[in-house]
Ligand binder design. Sequence first.
Ligand code: NOJ
Length: 742
Amino acid sequence: MQIMTHPRLIPTLFFLFGILCLNPLAAQIYRPSKGIELRVNALLAKMTLDEKIGQLTLYTTDWGSTGPTIREGYKNDIRSGACGNLFNSHTTLFVRELQKVAVEETRLKIPLLFGFDVIHGYKTIFPIPLGEAASWDLEAIEKSARVSAVEATAAGLNWTFAPMVDIGRDPRWGRVMEGAGEDPYLGSRIAEARVRGFQGKKLGDPDAMLACVKHFAGYGAPIGGRDYNTVDMSERYFRDFYLPTYEAAVRAGAATVMTSFNDYDGVPASGNKFLLDNILRKEWGFEGFVVTDYTSINEMVNHGVVANDKEAGELALNAGVDMDMQGAVYQRFLSQSLKEGKVSQAQIDEGVRRILRLKFELGLFEDPYKYCDAEREKKSLLAPEHRAAAREVARKSIVLLKNERQALPLSKSQKIVLIGPLGDNKSELNGNWNGAGNADDCVSLREGLANVDRTNFMYIPGCDFENPDKSGFADAIRAAEKYDVFVVAVGEKAMMSGEAAARALLGLPGVQEELVLELCKTGKPVVVVLMNGRPLAIPEIAEKATAILETWWLGTETGNAIADVLYGVYNPSGKLPMSFPRSVGQVPIFYNEKSTGRPFDPNSKWTSKYIDEANSPQWPFGFGLSYTTFEYREPKVIAAVTAKTALTVSVTLTNTGKLPGEEVAQLYVRDLVGSVTRPVKELKGFQKIMLQPGETREVKFTPTEHDLSFYRRDMTFGTEPGEYEIMVGGNSQELKKVKVKL
Ligand code: NOJ
């Protein structure tokens, strides 16, 4: 390990600290366009109290729901001005019909916003966000969001409830599928890319839609991984690990923010002034609007912080919530609360202003039907270039977890038998939150393989997802006599992850694991293709299978993307965005933990460890193999401070294998002695690099002052002088180190 000291750096860095923009993206934060305020105020002046409250109200249509319907009859509410925004209504036909009521039958003709969960695609479905995160390819992820917005806006929508940026360290929590995994740095970069993708160049463009950062805040840390459960941790921990992704998305220009269902520090998020006002609005300068999650104002009664819905509405508005999703609380009680002086007219007006501003930004007043062109809709949905983009991201999202006996890539001369409930399945491939995607539009794995070679393969189901019936095993095992390789597609059903889909067990459901292990006994290579929405704990499969591909839920182009990787048309380059545990007892498990006073020592009982399980995960954060190999030389710190970077680290990377391939080179840092305990490593840079066989490249990382900053003992954010360990490598466990003194 090389130690480099640069005393010269110290004064320079601290001088620069004052000047450097703490948040390099601050310039892109959403700010209302010039001229809009006059229009907003003119309209506001004409509005009755009920019409104002209508703008603060959002209802679902009968096309979908994720909770109760408190109030029926949304069409009448639009007509009377009591509902100013809708969700779960899409297609140009339906949106036109509803928008017409708003702009032709209401007194003030204020157009509606149309929201929908366009999470990983509208009609062309991309990989689930956790899968896309495994690509570590920001361009591809931005493109995925862009295509999603192009399709969604062609189908009437102007607001997506995405990106979901909740940090997920607990795979029991089903919603990890919707986020970018466990790391705040990777998560932040992905959050920015997705906001840019959804919102496009300018909100007024016909293919731009409002992004909605969710779920603010800390929704990914429910106790026990159980959805909606309590979240509690120190403010320092919250700021270090959970808040950065929301901040990054806001600073990248996200126009709206959704509150979360959980409480934080004893106060439900939808009534949490500290979160919504102090942090979001005052600290970060957010100027868009805040919407609640589904009936989460009403749920504050169950949380036990208010006695009834009316009080819940007051708490929410006073905390900074602008729009009530589906709870009908503002609509039923806000005027009474105003009369009683429990809320102020100024607060109501400010909420309405925030919403109207964005309706003006979108250009809805100029043309309320701008997203309702049926021709455009027809041309856009599932356009060949959209499917091509989906296939590209899908293959980049696949992670090769194991590859023994060079089982992969397959060759066309091998006879392949495809086995497992997901081998010939379409219904699950779009995963959860699949927009308006149709299972029928998906390419199954069976079809994908047949697209490569129809002659040398056959399919045998073997078993079902959850059914304990093992009668199909015998046929599958017998296939070993005639075929060269088993490709076994196993995993979860799509609805086993996502909202309200926490799991206490993290193995494969049903008898799938048994099937895989039986096939392993035949001695033929067993290539396991996993499809699932969360990290699984599958230690026996990890040990016995010959090769394992993590393919998540890849969406419309699933079969083609997996076949590309199986046959080596595409050399896998994905890296895990979340640690995979060996057993549920290790959960939550994540790489950026702190040291403890008794760090793990295999030779000492009195250190932090389990007596019946390893500390390490099955596969660590950042891990993923390739069909080629890469070698890292010792990293070097280059002693240069620029206006934008705190230091420059360089490492030499070589493709030492026989195939071209992409490597995600990762940079981690550790502040060795801080005024507060710091993680043993934190990702602070990554680059995805294509190298030809034998090619060598010098890779440079330039972490900024902001990257090395943290909440110090006195809760100010910044760096501290001292020694840092800088680590570089291809995953969070195998790293080469150098020390530097700042
Ligand atoms: C509840 C979910 O938590 C949220 O993510 C989603 O956007 C809303 N329902 C609307 O469907």
